[in-house]
Design a protein around this ligand. Structure first.
Ligand code: ARG
Length: 461
């Protein structure tokens, strides 16, 4: 038997392999609610414009509500032969409503239908993502306030660079996630146009009201070009790229959690709730959740690359290749959602060790820049010369493995006679970090101010 929806010109049924490669029902059933919502608004518009009789529209509307209830109660039989969610719903609707159900598909095609449904789905998903990112920011800000004055080593090249504060380091991630969230807002605005009514690709001869449809679905306006409407998957690509960037941020943080929780660093202890044991080594506390956040970012980036590749050579307008937009996006968003939750959980639960961080902050001559700055400020040396002089002092100190603040003044004076006892004030890590008061710098006062700013922003939302 040929396909009941489009089989008019076919004598034979599709091969089982065609059915297997063609069907999307196993995954696109996920946006059944969006499909039904869009159909309801579409049929209401068809009635308002006199294209479909009010009684038929009302029957369709009621039938769609019934279909939704069946799906939600688990009483709906999804059929692969009916390919996708659109035809599964419409076919069941015909069983409930009778021939009038056939009027629902007037002035639309699955091409504009899927573009609309998927936009609605992605829009909802972006709103949910924004919410969970705000929760992660809150967890980070809370810890940053607690540790606004906790000194830790700042790194470049993963070598000790200059002392910073733990709070300042955490707020770096709050900024990143803030940008992720602003990308979500931007993308949402751009995608918020309604493709429904573009039909297959050329628009329709029926006197539809696309503005009414757009409004009914919460879109800002209808899309302006029917060909673009059914060909565009920018909103998928943008969402995936936001997800990939965000997953990348989480992955960098996860890498730091892995490092910090090693006995060698010992900067933090992850809670029991977020650590796993080893089946052979009884002493182990493994940071599996952090490793998986790091690892799963690969999947999210993979979904972006896959979709960029799917889209890049497609001629206008719709091609079935575009059905490949769904699984990658679902997986990327589910994965990201889990990673955000795991990160927030690890942050809220972790116990930092300020003494270990402070010890590490003092090693590796991390206040050498403070010495050079002192030579500029007090002695009046050009910075380049001060850098060189300081380098010689560090070389001397490291011969005996002596920290700068413990190096006898005579040894420093042997390199630069104008150095006085006063210099010791800037050589301790606490003073070093306190002095970083330039806007955006690591000083505890700055951290309190910036964390306070974020807290106000997050509470107002
Ligand atoms: N399942 C299809 C998709 O996801 C719906 C659109 C089908 N359109 C068509 N002309 N075959 O893209």
């Amino acid at each position: 038997m040929s396909n009941s929806m489009w089989g008019g010109r076919f004598a034979d049924a599709p091969d089982a392999v065609l059915e297997a490669i063609n069907a999307s029902i196993d995954f696109d059933r996920r946006f059944y609610a969006q499909d039904i919502r869009a159909s309801k608004v579409h049929v209401a518009m068809l009635a308002a414009t006199g294209i479909v009789a009010r009684e038929d529209a009302a029957a369709i509307f009621k039938g769609l509500t019934e279909v939704q209830a069946e799906i939600e109660a688990g009483n709906f039989t999804f059929s692969r032969a009916l390919e996708d969610i659109h035809m599964n719903i419409e076919s069941r609707l015909a069983e409930i409503v009778g021939p009038a159900a056939g009027r629902l598909h007037t002035a639309r095609s699955r091409n504009d239908q899927v573009a609309t449904d998927f936009r609605l789905f992605v829009r909802d998903a972006l709103d949910a993502l924004d919410l969970s990112l705000a929760q992660l920011q809150t967890a980070l800000v809370d810890k940053a306030i607690e540790h606004s004055a906790t000194v830790m080593p700042g790194f470049t090249h993963l070598q000790s660079a200059q002392p910073v504060t733990f709070g300042h380091h955490l707020l770096a991630y709050v900024e990143m996630i803030g940008r992720d969230r602003s990308r979500v807002t931007d993308a949402r605005k751009r995608m918020n146009e309604c493709p429904l009514g573009a039909a297959a690709l050329a628009g329709t001869s029926f006197p539809i009201d696309r503005t009414m449809t757009a409004r009914g679905l919460g879109f800002d306006r209808p899309t302006a070009n029917s060909i673009d409407s059914v060909s565009d998957r920018d909103f998928v690509l943008e969402t995936l790229s936001i997800a990939a960037i965000c997953a990348g941020h989480l992955s960098r943080f996860a890498e730091e959690l892995v490092l910090w929780s090693t006995p060698q660093f010992g900067f933090i202890k992850l809670s029991d709730r977020f650590s796993t044991g080893s089946s052979i080594m009884p002493q182990k506390r493994n940071p599996d959740a952090a490793e998986l956040v790091r690892g799963k970012s690969g999947r999210v980036t993979g979904a972006l690359v896959a979709m960029l590749t799917v889209m890049k050579g497609l001629p206008l307008a719709y091609s079935k290749d575009m059905q490949e937009d769904k699984e990658g996006l679902f997986d990327a968003l589910d994965t990201l959602d889990l990673c955000v939750a795991a990160t927030a959980g690890m942050v809220a639960d972790m116990t930092p060790d300020p003494a270990a961080m402070r010890r590490a902050a003092g090693s590796g001559y991390s206040t050498a820049t403070d010495l050079a700055d002192w030579l500029v400020r007090v002695v009046g040396m050009p910075f380049r010369e001060a850098h060189h002089v300081t380098g010689r002092i560090v070389a001397k100190a490291s011969e005996t493995d002596t920290p700068l603040e413990k190096l006898p003044i005579e040894e420093m004076q042997a390199v630069e006679p104008r150095i006085t006892e006063e210099v010791f004030e800037v050589l301790g890590v606490r003073n070093s970090v306190k002095s970083r008061t330039s806007y955006g710098g690591a000083a505890p006062d700055n951290v309190r101010e910036q964390a306070g700013r974020w807290r106000r922003i997050l509470r107002k939302e």
